[in-house]
Structure formats: C-alpha cells, structure tokens
Design a protein around this ligand. Structure first.
Ligand code: UD1
Length: 367
C-alpha cells in the first residue's frame, strides 16, 4: 500500500510525526512525505523536522506565502502531477491549514482516497479560513480520524457516513507524551518565575493593528505581575513593527524569536498561564493542566473549555486582564482535570492499525 502524506505548516508537523513513525513498522506500507512549503523559514519548519525526528520530505513543492487562493492553487497545481505519477492508495492530510484542503481536493478529484487526521473539529465560525478548510476536507475524505467525541458528532450532523469515522484520539498528544521528558532538558537556565507564555498569530488578532496595540498594552500591564515570554510568529512580527509598542524599559514583556518544539513545550509545561489564539495550544495546556486564556470568540476545541483548563476571553482586553490577574493571584478555581478520552499517546497506533487493515484487504483482493 502506497501512502502519501502531505504537510505544509508548523502545526502539521507534530501531527504527522507519530503517524509516519507508527506506519513505518508495517512492511506492507510504503510512505512518501510531501512538504508543500507553505511554511519555509528554518524556525517554522526545518527545526521541527529535526526535533520531531521526521525524515526529510521526499518532495518539497515550495509554494511559500501568498493569498489563500494563491497558496491553495499553487499546492493543487504542484501536487496534481505528483499524484498522477505515483497514484498512491491513500493520501493522508493533517489539521486545517490551506495545504490540507488543497491536497484533499486535488486527491479527491483524481479518485484517490483521502484520510483526514484531526477530522470533525468545528468552531462554527466561517470567517475563519481554517473552518472552511475543515469542512471541505472532511466532505471529501474517506477515512476521518477524530481526536475527540464532539468531533464525531459534528461529522454525523453533517451527514457523513458513520462507517468512515474513526475515533482514534489526539495525535498531537502522542508527540507531546513522547517528547515531554526531552523538553524538560531544553528549558532556559535563567527561567523567570512566575512567567506567562503568549502566542498570537491569527489574522483576526494580529492583522487588526488597533486591536494588536491594545493587546500589547494589556500584556505590558500584566508584566507588572509576571514576566511575559512572547515568541513572535512571522505574521505577528510584521504587525508589531507597525504598532507603537508601549513596552517601556521597565516592562517585563519579552518578545522572542519563534521557538522550536521542545523549547516551547518545556515553557508551556512550567508556565503560570498561557495566553494564545492557537488551537493546538488549547489542547496541549489541557493535557498539561496549565491554565489557558484564548483570545478568540469561539473555539473548535470545546473539550478544552469543558475540562475547565481553557477560557475564551473574546475581543475584550478587560476580560483578558481580569482573568489573567485572577489566575496569577491564585483566585481561579482551577479544576482537577481528567485527561480527555484517548489522549493517551497511542492515537497514531490506532490510525496505523486501521490503515494496515486496509492494506491487508488490498493484498487479499490482489491475490
Ligand atoms: C497558518 C495556518 C494556520 C496555522 C498557522 C500556524 C492557514 C489558513 N493558516 O497560518 O491555521 O495556525 O499556519 O503557524 O493555512 N511567513 C514567514 N515564514 C514562514 C511562513 C510564513 O515569514 O515560514 C509569513 C509570511 O509573511 C506569510 C505569513 O507569515 O505571509 C503568514 O503565513 P501563512 O502560511 O499564510 O499563514 P499563517 O498565519 O502561518
């Protein structure tokens, strides 16, 4: 069985790594890894391949940045001849980035089966490009691997055939479980205490300059209570250059380069609080039991709210400041969390088992 994995952007890498690893043990499976090149900076891509021990991609499509349509079209155009030439039995796509939907549509148009890892998540906010990507990818997928029970319900509500849906758990947590001991060794020697870890990169936050200015000023205020460590995504960097930062010399707001996986995971593990707009980080903090405030109006990961580790603060700096202060002053009634079902480090083994069963069936058919 020939499997072609398509990855493109930073959050894809920690999801694909354990699946590639789990399938590498099956002698009936041949794997090809395609990197679309959506993320191309060393700090956004290559360092993740190294730390996550992902083999170098067999092919890099080099699509780079651009508008959504440009990015998607470039992925489809570059992938189409590869798919025609190799005719894989299955294309595996990950998460919800532009590369995911482009690869899923290109494969499906050629009648090639698609497996979507992290299927079924929904924010119900179609203004988020990722929501459009999730819905379209799921509609054309033949194997839908879901990370949580709510994801399966969402798919059933969209009339997706239940036989296609496989509740396997969270592959990103597989990577976290495997690498957490190593991440502890990547902590900086001069770690401040306490500290707040911040990541912001959604266009709705960072491309809106007045709002970005308000957020930075709130973070500067919060830095009176704790050091703020803020690794800055390239998109965010552009905005910060445009806003008049209120980060005076007394401020403990530290803007950092984007961090590699192990360094970032170590910092998450020991943070007093994480402030983010990322989807994956809402899940990682839930697993780690670290309080998280999400600067968004909605989330496709409602399980993190139900667990009580994550709170949406929307577009309201007062809510953000109040919630952060309550956490830093130990006034947040932090729940004793139970890890969500199947977030156990073995989601990729379940995926490999399902895919291998298909390979077995194919062998019997050929025989
Ligand atoms: C993409 C995903 C988002 C994911 C995020 C993680 C989509 C629609 N969005 O957003 O879901 O959470 O990745 O980072 O697919 N840039 C660089 N170097 C790089 C990559 C990007 O400088 O290696 C800059 C470019 O100026 C680019 C901008 O960042 O225009 C945005 O990159 P892009 O891939 O379009 O989207 P992200 O914001 O990273």
């Amino acid at each position: 069985m020939d499997i072609l994995h398509v990855v493109g952007a930073r959050p894809n890498f920690m999801k694909a790594a354990p699946v590639l690893r789990a399938l590498s043990g099956d002698p009936d499976v041949r794997q090809t890894l395609v990197h679309t090149g959506q993320h191309y900076d060393q700090a956004m891509s290559e360092v993740f391949f190294r730390q996550l021990e992902i083999p170098p991609p067999d092919l890099n499509l080099g699509v780079g940045s651009g508008t959504h349509t440009e990015q998607q079209t470039k992925v489809s155009l570059a992938l189409d001849p590869v798919l025609r030439d190799r005719r894989p039995d299955l294309v595996l796509v990950y998460g919800d980035v532009n590369s995911t939907v482009a690869a899923a549509l290109a494969s499906s148009k050629l009648g090639i089966r698609v497996g979507h890892v992290e299927a079924g998540l929904r924010s119900r906010d179609l203004t988020m490009p990722e929501e459009v990507n999730r819905i379209l990818t799921d509609q054309v997928s033949d194997l839908l691997f879901t990370p949580s029970e709510d994801a399966g319900e969402n798919l059933l509500n969209e009339n997706i055939d239940p036989a296609k849906i496989h509740f396997v758990g969270n592959v990103m947590i597989d990577t976290l479980v495997r690498l957490l001991p190593r991440a502890e060794k990547h902590l900086p020697k001069d770690l401040p205490s306490p500290y707040v870890l911040v990541t912001l990169h959604r266009p709705s936050n960072v491309d809106d300059l007045p709002w970005m200015r308000a957020l930075l000023s709130t973070l500067t205020e919060l830095s009176r209570m704790a050091t703020i460590l803020f690794p800055v995504h390239p998109r965010t960097h552009r905005s910060i250059l445009h806003v008049d930062r209120t980060n005076g010399s007394q401020s403990r707001l530290r803007l950092l380069e984007p961090l590699p996986y192990l360094e970032f995971l170590g910092l998450q593990r020991h943070a007093a609080l994480v402030i983010t707009d990322s989807g994956g980080i809402q899940e990682e903090t839930t697993f780690l039991g670290v309080p998280c405030l999400t600067v968004r109006e909605n989330t496709e990961r409602p399980i993190t709210i139900q667990q009580g580790t994550n709170q949406l603060v929307g577009r309201d700096v007062n809510r953000l400041a109040q919630a952060a202060t309550a956490i830093l002053e130990n006034r947040w009634n932090f729940p004793r969390t139970r890890t969500p079902a199947l977030w156990d480090g073995h989601a990729s083994t379940r995926i490999a088992r399902i895919v291998s069963m298909r390979a077995e069936t194919k062998k019997e058919e050929v025989a």
